[in-house]
Design a binder for this molecule. Structure first.
Ligand code: HEC
Ligand code: HEC
Length: 338
C-alpha cells in the first residue's frame, strides 16, 4: 500500500474520513486489493539513486522537453504533443508525428508519473528514463538518431554548460538526456484539487453534486474497482470494451487473455485531456460515463468487472461533477530556447 499513508499533518483529518477509507479497503476485486483514494504522498516518490533532482537538473530537463531540436526536422518537441496548455495532451484523437505520421494511439497526459510503475498504454516501458529516449528515436514520432541529437545539443553553449554543471561530464551522453527529461517529468505533480482539499477536511471544497459523485464513484458506479489509490489507477491492464482492434497489452506479454487490455489511466485533471481512451474514441467525459453505464461496447475478452450500471441522468451528472473536482492544473511557463 505505497500511496495510502497520509501526510503527517493530515492524520487527524484523515481519521474523520475513516469510514470512507474503510469502505474502499473492504472492496476488492480479481485479487487486486483496493487502495484508498487519497492525496499522493511526495515522500513516497522513488527517485533514481534515492536523490530528488536538483533545480538545475529540472531546469535542464524542462529546456529539453520544450526544444524542437530533438526532432529531426526541428518541428516537434515533447511539448508539441504533451502540451501543458492542453493538460499535457494534444487534444487529438491520436498523436501525429513530426513528419505527419499517425501514431495509432491517443497522447496521454504525463503528470503524477512519479508514482507510476508502468508506462505507455500497453506498459512497455518500466521507467521514465527508459521511456524518454523512445519518442526521440521513434521514426514515426521525432525521428532522431541519438548521435545526431547529441551533435545538435553539443553545438549549443547552454547545453554544454548545463550538462556539465548537472552531471559533471564534459561530453553530453544520451543517458543524461533521458535522466534530465525524466527529472522534469517526475516534478510535474498535481495534488491540490478540490477533492484533496475535501479529504483534508475542507467540506466546502467540493459541491454537493461532487460529494454525491464521490459516493457513486466508490459505490454504485464501481469506478474504484480499477481507478483507485491516490492517482486513481490500479497500474494494471483491462479490456473495458472500446471494441478497437489494437491488441494492447497482449502484444507485450504474449498473453491472449489480455487482448485489447490497456493501462488504467490516472484520472487527475481528466477534464483537461479530451478525447479519451487509448484510441481517442470517446469525445467527452459525459460520454465516457455513459459508455460505462451501458457496460462498454460489445467486445471479445471484455473484463468481467465492466457491466451495465443503471445510473440515472442525475447520477451521471453527479459523477461528472466529481471528476471535475479532481482538477488542479499544472502551470508550466514555456522557456526561451537557447
Ligand atoms: C508526436 C507526438 C508525441 C511526441 C513528440 C512525444 N510523445 Fe510522448 N506519447 C505520445 C503518445 C501517442 C503516447 C502513447 C503511446 C503508447 O502508449 O503506445 C506517448 C506516451 C508518453 C509517455 C507515457 C505516459 C504514460 O502514462 O504511460 C511519456 C512519459 C511520454 N510520452 C513522454 C514524452 C517525452 C519525454 C517526449 C519527448 C522526448 C515525448 N513524449 C514526445 C505522443 C508523443
Ligand atoms: C475494469 C476496470 C475499470 C473500471 C471498472 C473503470 N475503468 Fe475507467 N478505464 C480503465 C481502463 C483500462 C481505461 C483505458 C481503456 C482503453 O483506453 O482502452 C480506462 C479509461 C478511463 C477514462 C479515460 C481517461 C483518459 O485519459 O483517456 C476515464 C475518464 C475513465 N476510465 C473513467 C472511469 C469511470 C468514471 C469509471 C466508473 C464509472 C471507470 N472508469 C471504471 C479501467 C476501468
Amino acid at each position: 500500500m505505497p500511496n495510502s499513508s497520509p501526510r503527517p499533518n493530515r492524520t487527524t483529518h484523515l481519521m474523520r474520513y475513516s469510514i470512507l477509507l474503510f469502505l474502499s479497503w473492504v472492496l476488492s476485486s480479481a485479487g487486486h486489493t483496493q487502495e484508498a483514494l487519497g492525496t499522493p504522498d511526495r515522500d513516497d516518490i522513488e527517485y533514481p539513486d534515492d536523490e530528488p533532482p536538483s533545480a538545475g537538473e529540472i531546469a535542464l530537463g524542462k529546456m529539453l522537453f520544450f526544444d524542437t531540436r530533438l526532432s529531426t526536422n526541428k518541428k516537434q518537441s515533447c511539448a508539441t504533443c504533451h502540451n501543458p496548455d492542453l493538460g499535457f495532451g494534444d487534444g487529438l484523437r491520436k498523436g501525429i508525428g513530426t513528419q505527419g505520421d499517425d501514431l495509432g494511439r491517443n497522447t496521454p497526459h504525463i503528470y503524477n508519473l512519479a508514482w507510476n510503475v508502468v508506462f505507455f498504454w500497453d506498459g512497455r516501458a518500466a521507467s521514465l528514463e527508459e521511456q524518454a529516449l523512445g519518442p526521440i528515436q521513434s521514426k514515426a514520432e521525432m525521428g532522431m538518431s541519438l548521435p545526431k541529437m547529441l551533435k545538435r545539443l553539443s553545438a549549443v553553449p547552454y547545453y554544454r554548460k548545463q550538462f556539465k554543471a548537472v552531471y559533471g561530464a564534459d561530453k553530453i551522453i544520451s543517458e543524461d538526456v533521458g535522466r534530465a527529461i525524466a527529472a522534469f517529468e517526475r516534478n510535474l505533480i498535481s495534488d491540490n484539487s478540490p477533492f484533496d482539499q475535501y479529504i483534508a477536511g475542507d467540506k466546502s471544497a467540493m459541491s454537493p453534486a461532487a460529494i454525491r459523485g464521490l459516493d457513486l464513484y466508490q459505490g454504485k458506479a464501481r469506478c474504484t474497482l480499477c481507478h483507485d489509490g491516490a492517482n486513481f489507477t490500479d497500474n494494471s491492464f483491462h479490456n473495458i470494451g472500446t471494441g478497437d482492434k489494437d491488441l494492447g497489452r497482449s502484444e507485450i506479454v504474449g498473453d491472449t487473455s489480455l487482448n485489447g487490455a490497456f493501462k488504467t489511466p490516472g484520472l487527475r485533471n481528466v477534464t483537461l485531456t479530451a478525447p479519451y481512451m487509448h484510441d481517442g474514441s470517446i469525445a467527452s467525459l459525459q460520454e465516457v460515463i455513459e459508455f460505462y453505464d451501458r457496460g462498454g461496447k460489445l467486445a471479445k475478452n471484455k473484463d468481467k468487472l465492466i457491466k451495465p450500471l443503471g445510473l440515472s441522468p442525475n447520477e451521471i451528472m453527479d459523477l461528472l461533477a466529481y471528476l471535475g473536482a479532481l482538477s488542479d492544473p499544472i502551470i508550466v511557463e514555456r522557456p526561451t530556447l537557447p
